[in-house]
Design a protein around this ligand. Structure first.
Ligand SMILES: Cc1cc2nc3c(=O)[nH]c(=O)nc-3n(C[C@H](O)[C@H](O)[C@H](O)COP(=O)(O)OP(=O)(O)OC[C@H]3O[C@@H](n4cnc5c(N)ncnc54)[C@H](O)[C@@H]3O)c2cc1C
Length: 430
């Protein structure tokens, strides 16, 4: 057999070259909000470049094993869907692959998903829509000319890329684009909002899985004996698969590289104690369980933009409906501001709260919007509207706002036209 043996010698000639790309809309961050933004912009006929620092699409929805769509439906026994767009496609396509597990009615409706199926859905969607993707591309510089972002410098293992675009969407979760552009950002004033190291257990005996309230009580009584930090977490069963999604750790998620990496290892160490607790306290349910997967560090609220509107917890509680609403939700205030527990304030069955366009638009930039978990809100308000339903809606809203703005300003678009385009995500109730 003739095996190939020939090689050629290559050597860098001169300074490394920077590749230049041009787009109508550049989205940084490929979590659920960035995917929504990129797919919607592409469907509007826009040339889209989507960048993510990870070598995979899907952000936390896929890679941190979040596992459940929250905030997609109204509360109560007869829910309707709040957010459509890519949410419709995901729910339809994953249901066809038996990759969803609905928890209907009751006080709120959530949808568990198979993260492998979601990952393939996301890859297929951006591929089909012709989005140019740069994976493993970390945003390093945001060039600005007055009120306009002009270009972004991205570093990848294969070399540097500069992207020029008419409009930009910050879907980084940490407002990395706004931050690097020198725009004002917010951080929590009174201590951190904790993240969570998620894990998936397989081999769980579903017949013996404890009810949520009983487990919460046992965690409170016994969790500390096992060295657990957080003593009020959840275990969600994916019915029929013997799989449970475990959300029982609390870890700080600082925006500093050495500390962030150290805390990530601390999160993994916390999961060992969680597994010890579950196996010892519930041997019938978890005695034979094994860890199938650890997520990447789950990051809730770190740094976010200062927008034209700062959504407050009072506006959330009152269900204030804004003329320029772009997203809605009825998810509880779910604030992870203490190491050992969370604040949970749920809403009535007929409650709806709204996100106005101003929460997405930094006042000093004409062609930049933030989406997902880095929109402008106070710490408690954000703890509700950062769930994935509204993340999908803000992504879609940003795509439409930039489409309407063209080479003009997102602050001067026809808001009635935007509202009409976003009818399904703001006004539809079927
Ligand atoms: C542990 C945990 C459990 C949760 N549980 C639920 C739940 O059950 N249901 C629910 O609906 N929501 C839940 N949430 C909230 C929800 O998952 C997130 O708020 C949501 O997924 C955020 O989506 P996003 O697109 O805004 O950001 P992310 O998914 O965080 O995506 C941001 C992306 O930006 C990229 N990025 C960041 N900086 C840069 C940079 N400088 N250069 C290039 N790329 C960059 C990142 O790599 C990442 O992929 C949970 C959150 C956590 C942390």
């Amino acid at each position: 057999m003739n095996l190939k043996t020939a090689t050629r010698i290559v050597q860098r000639d001169g300074a490394p070259q920077t590749q230049r790309l041009q787009a109508d809309i550049c989205v940084v961050g490929a979590g659920i909000s960035g995917i929504s933004a990129a797919v919607e912009a592409a469907r509007l006929g826009r040339k889209v470049v989507l960048v993510d620092g990870l070598p995979a699409l899907g952000g936390q929805a896929v890679n941190s094993l979040i596992g459940t769509f929250c905030g997609l439906f109204s509360n109560g026994p007869d829910p309707y869907q709040f957010t459509h767009g890519i949410a419709d496609d995901i729910l339809r396509d994953l249901a066809a692959r038996e990759a969803l597990n609905y928890r209907w009615g009751g006080d709120w409706t959530t949808v568990m998903y198979d993260e492998v199926a979601l990952s393939r859905w996301v890859e297929d969607a951006v591929y089909r829509e012709g989005v140019t993707v740069i994976l493993g591309g970390v945003l390093r510089r945001a060039g600005r000319d007055g009120r306009r972002i002009t270009e972004l410098d991205i570093a990848t293992r294969y070399g540097d890329v500069t992207i020029e675009a008419e409009g930009f969407i910050d879907a980084t979760g940490d407002a990395a684009l706004a931050w690097l552009a020198g725009l004002p950002c917010r951080e929590p004033e009174d201590g951190p909002v904790y993240g969570t190291q998620m894990l998936v257990l397989e081999g769980v005996n579903e017949d013996h899985h404890p009810p949520r309230e009983a487990m919460t009580a046992r965690l409170g009584e016994k969790g500390r004996e096992y060295g657990m930090v957080r003593v009020d977490g959840f275990s969600f069963l994916f019915s029929g698969r013997g799989i449970a999604l475990i959300n029982m750790t609390h870890v700080e998620t600082p925006l500093e590289p050495v500390a962030a990496s150290a805390r990530a290892l601390e999160g993994k160490a916390q999961t060992d104690k969680v597994v010890d607790f579950l196996k010892a306290e519930y041997p019938a349910a978890f005695g034979d369980a094994r860890v199938r997967a650890y997520g990447f560090p789950g990051i809730r609220q770190t740094r976010w933009i200062v927008g034209a509107h700062h959504l407050t917890v009072d506006e959330v509680r009152a269900g204030k409906k804004f003329d320029d609403a772009v997203a809605r939700c009825a998810w509880a205030i779910e604030l992870h501001d203490k190491p050992d527990s969370i604040v949970w304030e749920s809403f009535a069955h007929d409650h709806v709260h709204y996100v106005p366009l101003g929460c997405l638009t930094p006042p000093d930039a004409d062609n930049l919007l933030a989406v997902g978990r880095c929109i402008d809100a106070d710490v408690s308000a954000l703890s509700s509207v950062r769930v994935m339903g509204p993340c999908i809606a803000t992504g879609a809203a940003a795509a439409h706002a930039l489409d309407l703005a063209g080479s003009g300003s997102v602050h001067q678009i026809d808001r009635a036209a935007l509202r009409e385009r976003l009818y399904d995500n703001v006004d539809r109730t079927d």
